[in-house]
Each structure stands twice: as C-alpha cells, then as structure tokens.
Design a protein around this ligand. Structure first.
Ligand SMILES: Nc1nc2c(c(=O)[nH]1)N[C@H]1C(S)=C(S)[C@@H](COP(=O)(O)OP(=O)(O)OC[C@H]3O[C@@H](n4cnc5c(=O)[nH]c(N)nc54)[C@H](O)[C@@H]3O)O[C@H]1N2
Ligand SMILES: Nc1nc2c(c(=O)[nH]1)N[C@H]1C(S)=C(S)[C@@H](COP(=O)(O)OP(=O)(O)OC[C@H]3O[C@@H](n4cnc5c(=O)[nH]c(N)nc54)[C@H](O)[C@@H]3O)O[C@H]1N2
Ligand SMILES: [Mo]
Length: 764
C-alpha cells in the first residue's frame, strides 16, 4: 500500500534481526513496560496506575480477557508487560485537540502510519469533517448527535446503517447500544468477534450447545494435561503463562501446537518471583508440535483415530463410554469417519512426523484431566469451525468436559468481547433474547439477521449501506482487503467513530465524518448520580466491576453510556418508551434492565458488588448438560478433512501480532521475542524454503496474494529466515491486511482467513 511505503523505507533501513528468544518475560519484560509507562505517563502516574490494574476496586485491564484469580488467588500486583503497555497507551499525557486538527489536514494524516497516529495522544473534543472540508473542526455534542440523527432519518431503511462494536465496550454500554440500534430498526451489529472467535462460538454452540469455553481458572490448577493450540500467550495473554507455570510445577504436561516456536510456549521467567528474575525460569512445553498452517483439523482427526484404535485393542480403557452413551450423540458416525482416515493426507496437512502425532495421542489417552486452549491460530482459517468441532470430538470421546481440571478453552482477545456478546452485540441474537428485550422496553425489535463485519463491508461497497458508526475499534485497519474496505468507508454519507485515540478509521472518512471522544477504562466516570463503575465479562464467564480512578483526559469527554443515550434521545425523540436520560445518571438503572433481559444475569446489581463478581451459568460446565443443542445432547460431528493445497513456488502466509502492538495499536517497532528490532514490514520464512525459492535472507520482496478474483500486493517486506514450519510464512497485521481477500472467509462463521493466504514473494 502506498501510504506505508515512505515509512517502510525509513524503518527498513534501521531494521535489525537477531536470534529468536527461547523464554518469555523476565527482567526485559519489566524494563520494557516501565520504559513505555514513563514515556507515556510519567513516573508518578505510572506507579499509581499499574498498582490498581485488575484489583477489586480498580479497573479491568484493557489488555486481554484472561481472568483474574479469585479470592485468595488474586495477586496483590499482577505484573504483565503487555497489560502495562495497554494502560500506558490509554493513560498517556499527550493530547489530540482542535489545534492538532487545525494543523493537520486529513489528507496529510491519511499518509501517516498507524504507529504515528496512535502516538499523538488522547482525543479531547468532538470533531466533525464537513463535506468537502480539508480539516476536522470542533462541534458541540448536541450538534453532533443531531447530525447523526438527521443522516439516519434520511435513510430509506434502517438497514442502510451499520453499527460496529469493538470488544472493550462495557456491558452497560453494549446493552444500551444494541437496544438503540434495534429500537432504530436494524440488527446490523457487526463486531470484532466476527474476525476473532466467531468460529469458536459457532463450533461450540453446535457441539456443546453454548458458544463459550467450559473451564474456569481453578481448572488450570487441577489439569494434568494442557494443550495450547494456535495461540501465542507470551505476547497476547501473558498472565496465562503464570497459570501454565503453576501447572507445570505441579507436574502437569503442556503441549504446544504451533508453526512457530513461540518464546512464551517454550520457557517462562515469571517476573513475580525470584526464580523468574534470576533463574532459568520454567520449561513449559513438554511437546512442541511444529504444525503446518491449517493442519490442526487433520491432527485432531488423527488423534481421534488412534484413540479408537487403542480402545479396540483394550476396550474400556480409552473412550469414556459411560459419558458418551449417556450425554452425547453421533459417536458412531464420527468413529466410522475417523477410522477411515487417510494418513498421507494427515502427513501433508500437518507436516508432522507420525511419532509426534502419536505422542500427543498418548498424552491425551493417558490424561485424566485435560484442557485444550486455542485462539486465532485456529479461528482464522477456511475450515476453522470444522477444526474446532474436531477438538470437541476428542474432548467428548475422553469425557473431558464438565469435570474439574478439564474442558474446552477458547482464549478470548479483547477484554470484554465475550461480555458484549452476552449483552446482545450480535447480528443474529436468538429469538428468546429479542422477545425479552421487546417485553422489557415495549419497543418493537426487528428479527431479520443483520450484517456481520464482512457483509457490512460488502454492503457499503455496493451502496447498500451509507451510514457507518463504530463504538471503539479501528474498522479501517482491522478488517480484510484494505483497499476495498477503505473505498467502502469513503463511499459512506456519514462515518462516526467513538474513540479514545486517533487511528486509521478517522482518516478514511465518509463524506461527513465525526470523531466522538470517550472515557477509557482507567478514568473516573462522574455522572449526576455520582461516580459510576461498569461491568465486564472475562474469557471464563466471570462478570465483575471495573472502576477507573484517573482524571479524564479532557473535561469534554463523555462516557460511552452517555454518548449512546445522547444519540438515542436525538434520534428517537423525547417520547420514546426507553428512559435514556435516566440511564446516564445512574448505571444501576441499566443493570436492573440487564438483570431482566439477559439470561443468567438475575440480581445483577447485587451480584456484581460481591468482591470477585459472579460466574455466568454454563450448563456443560456446571451440570454436564447440553441443553442448547437441538437434541439436548453433546454432538460428535464427522467433518470432511481439509488439506490446504499450495501451488509450487508459493507459501502459506499467516498474519499475526508482534510483541509490540495491540491489534491495530502499534506500541513500538520491536518484536523482542522473535528477535526483530525497529521494523514491522518483515516476512518470516523457513530458511530451507528460502533456498528452494532462490530468495535471499534479508532481501526485500513484495508479498503477492493469489485468490480466485485477483492478486493483491503489499509492498516492500524484509525477508527474515526463521524457524517456522516448512512451506509457511508469517507477517504482521494490519500491514498484511491488504493481502486478505474480502470473500475469503471461514465456512459457517464468516471469519476472514487471515491465517492462511497463498502468497508468492516477488523480489524488488
Ligand atoms: N499484547 C497483545 N495482547 C493481545 C492482543 C494484541 O494484539 N497484543 N490482541 C488480543 C486479541 S483481540 C486477540 S484475538 C488475542 C490473539 O491472540 P493469539 O491468537 O495468540 O494472536 P496471534 O498473534 O494472531 O497469534 C496466533 C498464534 O497462532 C499460531 N498459528 C497461526 N496459524 C496456526 C495454525 O494454523 N495452527 C496452529 N496450531 N497455530 C497457528 C501463530 O504462530 C501464533 O503463535 O490476543 C489478545 N491480546
Ligand atoms: N490480518 C488480520 N486481521 C485481523 C486479525 C488478525 O489476526 N490478522 N485479528 C482480528 C481480531 S482477533 C480482532 S479482535 C480485530 C480487532 O479489531 P478492532 O477491535 O476494531 O481494533 P483495535 O485495534 O483493537 O481498536 C483500537 C482502537 O480502539 C479505540 N479504543 C481503545 N480503547 C477504547 C475504549 O475504551 N472505548 C472506545 N470507544 N474506543 C477505544 C482506540 O481509538 C483504538 O485506536 O482485528 C482483526 N483483524
Ligand atoms: Mo480478537
């Protein structure tokens, strides 16, 4: 993409590569986070802020959705390098106000990188870009709401508007946002989850009847086997390493399945204890299966096949017959299917030697309490849903659900992405939820499914949607097919971004564009009824409070709740049956409504006030019941095996996160664990593949992705010889998003296939 080219040259000149690290955290982790904290927030604010992350009376860390310990297990100060960076990024002392916008025309800002934009600081005033104007100018909140309402009323149908959510939005704001959108008359509620764990939700709903994970943190204390598939916790869920370390020290086995030897999976130096600071740390993975991209479905079919074989040899020793017979259906069909497995296909798909597959199967067969964790390495493939169903098959066959120390564990990304779904942010919420909403508020709610992220982009591209609003996130940079998405946003009559910091989405505006600045997690939320707290749900269904303590970045900021209610009043009028104004002054009033509409949330206000919050019900976890499936039983499934075919001379490319970014927010230009310094436009390739392709390590190439409709190009990436699986490559998103075709999505979940793109390297 042309906009990155100038900066890319600068960074490539300074880029250095070194040996990948073999351990995560330790002293370099503490140093990195303090450095970042001091640079953004100063020393006093750094100390004050880092002390109250994830404490009962503090704020929920905006870094990730990994749960906090409960009761006595809660750490006094839970240190996490990337949590600290996420906080510093939000609590920065830099500001982006009217003077900044007066000095920088939008056309100039559009040439800047995501890193530069984010570094400018916190947004302080509502701003508007009028049709034909070159600069954003200040606007009052009332006029901003009136402008949005005017545009929305002009649409020929509410379905011409799209309302996106990112996963940092609190439960209270999410609940009101979906109520506003549905009161207006559409289910167009795409969210970041569409690009994230949608595949997990789909597969788990089909097989267990509920689209959420079945384990709690306490289960990690009892598991004897933890399989971590397609996940890089050292960078993306650092606090999970402490749980893995504890498990290891108790004698549990840890298996990592990944094309990359990620530092955090190999060894962990826990900064919380002396062993981690001065010792060698703890070896984590007992087995490391360096799998080819997209090979996990084949791997778990192979494990299933071996389990059945060993069961045949010694009946009653491997398959949990009692559980299978009483609580599941479809076992025989699954068994028949995986017995007929084509082992050559398994070898091609996984790239793994048979002994390694067998070693994993032996651990699975010998385990009494097994947890399988996964993240984006599984969800962003064409056959993602089938792959996760395959994991469910193995877990069900061993009866590893609904008992202590065992279960399915999709590890969520954004800190409240799971809560947003619980609160109704979904383009296809079930009828029971919609009916309850209607009954509670006396407003009619539409039933036709709305757009997800990819179909929303198509609708804007095709002129079928012309107003785009986002509560959080960075739609322009996070979504696939950058050129198509940016043109789609620019073609809108109005784009509205509720944001904390400047990002790409503000500089790819519709004909009219609004930036509405909002409070972050760390900040005090003072309303007429006193200081408010909000609530969030972590990856293990624990709902708890979050209360910010810092003074807001600007007196002009409004909370997300206040923004949504302000817009609702302007759009729906003073006679609307929902008492929007009352909600702003006292969030308990929102929670009272949540308790009557959202399943499992009865008595919400008192239960979130208990010290650790409360856990939402989960029938498979709590009672080994599978009420949510059609038959009321857990379902085995037979899934046709997908083997990704790659033409000669091409590689399979995954797009992933560096250690110095939070999705589209770029903290810095290093990827410490992978040995990269001062640059992001790199492509990691196995040295043997480089030799076969005749491409020199360190040379500069264009990445060209090949897809049915056309080719896509991302320019000027430095080649880094790296120990990834053969035939596979990796590059960072969002830079590589230009390569992801809009129509290349996972079957059944619609998630862009950002982890398996067919690319060739073109030397420049
Ligand atoms: N610091 C930090 N924390 C974050 C984020 C962040 O950007 N920065 N993002 C948050 C969000 S929204 C999310 S969703 C999570 C993401 O957390 P992750 O899923 O850990 O994020 P990715 O960087 O996409 O890493 C994917 C991992 O899967 C591996 N992988 C890729 N393809 C395959 C495959 O086909 N099979 C297998 N077995 N492995 C594969 C990759 O090598 C990599 O280790 O992290 C959350 N936490
Ligand atoms: N190629 C490729 N693409 C991907 C992925 C991938 O692995 N590869 N991963 C996907 C995944 S898993 C996800 S979750 C998406 C992420 O997609 P998004 O959630 O849309 O993107 P983020 O980068 O997390 O959003 C960052 C912006 O959120 C705003 N923000 C931060 N905190 C707050 C807050 O408290 N309130 C409000 N209103 N705004 C706030 C800031 O303005 C910041 O610029 O990207 C997806 N895109
Ligand atoms: Mo995510």
């Amino acid at each position: 993409m042309t906009r990155e080219a100038p900066d890319a040259d600068v960074t490539e000149d300074g880029l250095t590569t070194g040996e990948p690290k073999t351990y995560a955290a330790g002293i370099p982790g503490i140093a990195a986070s303090l450095q970042h904290g001091f640079a953004e927030m100063g020393v006093v604010r750094t100390a004050r802020t880092l002390r109250i992350i994830n404490q009962r009376e503090g704020f929920d860390c905006p870094g990730c959705a990994w749960p906090e310990g409960q009761g006595k297990h809660r750490k006094a100060v839970e240190f996490c390098e990337n949590g600290a960076k996420a906080v510093a990024e939000e609590a920065t002392l830099r500001r982006v106000g009217p003077a900044f916008f007066a000095a920088h025309p939008v056309a100039e800002l559009a040439e800047r990188t995501d890193h530069w934009l984010g570094k400018q600081g916190r947004l302080t005033h509502p701003m508007v870009l009028r049709p034909g104007a070159s600069h954003y100018a200040p606007i009052s909140w009332d006029n901003a709401f009136a402008l949005i309402a005017e545009h929305l009323r002009e649409l020929s149908t509410p379905d011409e508007a799209v309302f996106y959510t990112s996963g940092r939005t609190s439960n209270e704001a999410a609940f009101l946002y979906q109520l506003l959108v549905r009161s207006f008359g559409t289910n167009n509620l795409p969210d970041c989850s569409n690009m994230c764990h949608e595949s997990s939700g789909a597969a788990l709903s089909q097989t267990t009847g509920i689209g959420k994970g079945s384990v709690s943190l306490a289960d990690f204390e009892q598991a004897d086997l933890i399989v971590v598939v397609g996940q890089n916790p050292g960078t993306n869920h650092p606090r999970m390493l402490a749980a893995l370390e504890d498990a290891k020290r108790r004698g549990a086995k840890v298996v990592a399945v990944n094309p990359l030897p990620e530092a955090g999976l190999l060894r962990f130096k826990n900064p919380q204890n002396a062993r981690g600071l001065v010792g060698r740390g703890t070896e984590l993975a007992d087995e490391f299966l360096q799998i080819r991209l997209g090979g996990d479905q084949a791997l778990f079919q192979a494990v299933g096949n071996l389990l059945l074989r060993w069961e045949d040899a010694r009946p009653g020793t491997v398959i949990d017959r009692a559980f299978v017979d009483s609580a599941t259906e479809g076992f025989d069909r699954w068994a028949e299917h995986v017995r007929a497995l084509d082992w050559d296909a398994v070898a091609t798909a996984t790239g793994l030697p048979h002994e390694q597959v067998e070693a994993l199967a032996r651990l699975v067969a010998g385990s009494d309490r097994m947890i399988v964790c996964w993240a984006m390495g599984l969800t962003q493939h064409k056959h993602a849903v089938a792959t996760i169903r395959e994991i469910a098959n193995v877990v069900l066959a061993r009866g590893m659900i609904g008992k202590p120390g065992a279960g399915l564990c999709p590890v969520r990304g954004h800190s409240n992405v799971q809560g947003d779904r619980t609160m109704g942010i979904w383009e296809k919420m079930p009828e029971t939820f919609l009916a309850a909403l209607e009954a509670e508020f006396g407003v009619p709610v539409p039933r036709a499914h709305g757009h997800d992220t990819v179909s929303a982009i198509r609708a804007m591209r095709d002129g079928k949607a012309s107003v785009f609003m986002a509560v959080g996130g960075n739609f322009a940079a996070a979504t696939p097919d950058t050129e198509v998405t940016e043109a789609a946003l620019r073609s809108c009559a109005l784009t509205v971004q509720v944001s904390t910091k400047l990002n790409r989405s503000h500089v790819v505006p519709g004909r009219t564009a609004l930036i509405l600045p909002t409070l972050g997690r760390t900040e005090r939320d003072a309303q007429a009824g006193g200081d408010q707290f909000v609530t969030v749900e972590d990856s293990m269904s624990v709902v708890h409070r979050s209360r910010g303590r810092l003074d807001p970045a600007s007196p002009h900021l409004r909370s997300e709740v206040a923004i949504i209610c302000g817009l609702a009043e302007a759009l729906l009028g003073p006679d609307h049956p929902v008492p929007w104004a009352e909600f702003i002054s006292d969030y308990d009033r929102i929670r009272d409504r949540i308790s009557r509409v959202v399943p499992g949330c009865a008595d919400y206000n008192s239960r979130v006030r208990t010290p650790d919050g409360f856990v939402l019900p989960h029938a498979p976890r709590d009672a080994r019941e599978f009420r949510g499936t059609v038959s009321g039983k857990a379902r085995f499934t037979a899934n046709e095996l997908t083997v990704l075919e790659v033409p000669a001379g091409r590689l399979l490319l995954q797009t992933l996160r560096s250690h110095d970014q939070y999705n589209t927010t770029i903290y810095g230009m290093d990827d410490r664990y992978r040995g990269i310094k001062d640059g992001r436009r790199v492509v990691f390739v196995n040295p043997d593949d480089l030799r076969d392709l005749g491409v020199a390590d360190g040379s500069v190439v264009d990445l060209v992705s090949e897809w049915a409709d056309r080719e896509r190009r991302a320019e000027r990436f430095r080649v880094v010889g790296y120990p990834t699986a053969r035939g596979c490559a990796a590059a960072y998103f969002p830079e590589a998003n230009a390569l992801v075709p809009l129509d290349s999505v996972a079957a059944e979940s619609g998630t862009p296939t950002s982890k398996s793109l067919i690319v060739r390297l073109e030397p420049v």
